[in-house]
Design a protein around this ligand. Sequence first.
Ligand code: SF4
Ligand code: SF4
Length: 137
Amino acid sequence: MDRILLRFSEENVAEPITSQVILELGIPMRIVTATVNSSGGDILVEVPKVHVQQIVKAFQAKGVVVKFPKLIEVDSDKCIDCGACYALCPVDAISYDKDYSVVFDDKICIGSPCGLCVDACPARAINLVEQQRNSKK
Ligand code: SF4
Ligand code: SF4
């Protein structure tokens, strides 16, 4: 799956563009997070890699700006389980394991549209990386 960020403007935010594209293409998409108001906003969706170009073109044709957000990569060797990231995560993508080590859930994490934990980490254990877009999963 690929993650794409759909950026809506004040002019097109009131239109049901996301559902139109899903119906027109017949391709399921998972909405990861949405921050939208009457001035516009962003919707982060997860889409099948094999259909990503088709989906991007369909949204662009309707005036939506499409970006590929970066994802986080955690270096567990550097992590000292301090918990500074845990308190900041707006979507509860970070939790504690039974042994009090910190665990990241990449299905929930927003990635570069958020990035709060990256700057907060004192050990520099978290990086934002480009999505791997050459596999077919
Ligand atoms: S990038 Fe944001 S959403 Fe993802 S784990 Fe860090 S704080 Fe949570
Ligand atoms: S802020 Fe960095 S060092 Fe602290 S728990 Fe999170 S990833 Fe580990």
